[in-house]
Design a protein around this ligand. Structure first.
Ligand SMILES: [Zn+2]
Length: 238
């Protein structure tokens, strides 16, 4: 932890060791365990819609809504789900969306070894590349949790972690509540996090997410936001 000593001072100096560790692991603005972003530039009205935990049997419903509005999104896919539903994973890429890495089995990384995390990330890179042709540059940690050694695991694969500006809690809230939460939390440069799967579940019920997306996309466009992939939000020259 010695090398981290300067960070809590920079953050105000008032954090206890335990509070600091909790922030380092889960804090959306923490880069303690590796390069990580949670927000895009605030100077223009561009935002990124992201989906975790897919592909699932219901991902095509999300693709259909995005296609209707010609809106690109970023899908952080789970390696095991990609292998189970490779045609759906491929359909996401073929529709022009960006694919990111969301680990192979969706484990909590806390207390895990560098090798364990590196293997989770590598297997997923391989699965995504094999089935979609895309090689992810972005990675979203399962449960948003980072840990010691993740920096090395990310570096080996040149992955940057992507947290979020607003998360929909769409795995437990009703569609209206998801829409209200996400709409209220969206501002210039925001990264929005929803889920087109539910961890490793087969045929998960993502009805609330689908309903929320059906509402959110036109609402955000109506408010003048331009929706982009994470790459284009963060590096507009891409
Ligand atoms: Zn997840």
């Amino acid at each position: 932890m010695a090398g981290l000593a300067a960070v809590p001072l920079a953050a105000g100096g008032a954090l206890s060791g335990a509070a600091f560790l909790a922030w380092a692991v889960r804090g959306r603005a923490s880069s303690v365990f590796g390069p990580s972003v949670w927000h895009g530039p605030r100077g223009n009205r561009t935002i990124a819609l992201t989906f975790d935990d897919g592909p699932s049997e219901s991902t095509p419903e999300i693709l259909e809504i995005l296609a209707r509005y010609h809106v690109p999104a970023t899908f952080f896919q789970i390696g095991a789900n990609v292998e189970r539903l490779s045609a759906v994973a491929r359909a996401v890429a073929e529709a022009g969306h960006l694919i990111g890495n969301h680990s192979y089995t969706h484990p909590l990384f806390c207390f895990r070894s560098t090798l364990f995390m590196a293997t989770e990330l590598e297997r997923t890179q391989r699965a995504i590349e094999e089935h979609t042709g895309a090689r992810p540059e972005w990675f979203r940690p399962p449960f948003g949790a980072r840990w010691f050694g993740l920096r090395q695991a990310q570096a080996r694969l040149q992955l940057t972690a992507v947290m979020w500006s607003v998360i929909g809690y769409d795995w437990k809230l009703r569609p209206e509540a998801i829409v209200g939460r996400v709409a209220a939390g969206t501002s210039n440069g925001a990264i929005l996090c929803l889920h087109d799967g539910r961890e490793l579940r087969v045929k998960p019920d993502i009805g609330a997410t689908v309903e929320a997306v059906r509402c959110l996309v036109p609402l955000l466009l109506d408010r003048g936001y331009k929706l982009e992939t994470v790459s284009r939000l963060l590096c507009p020259t891409n």
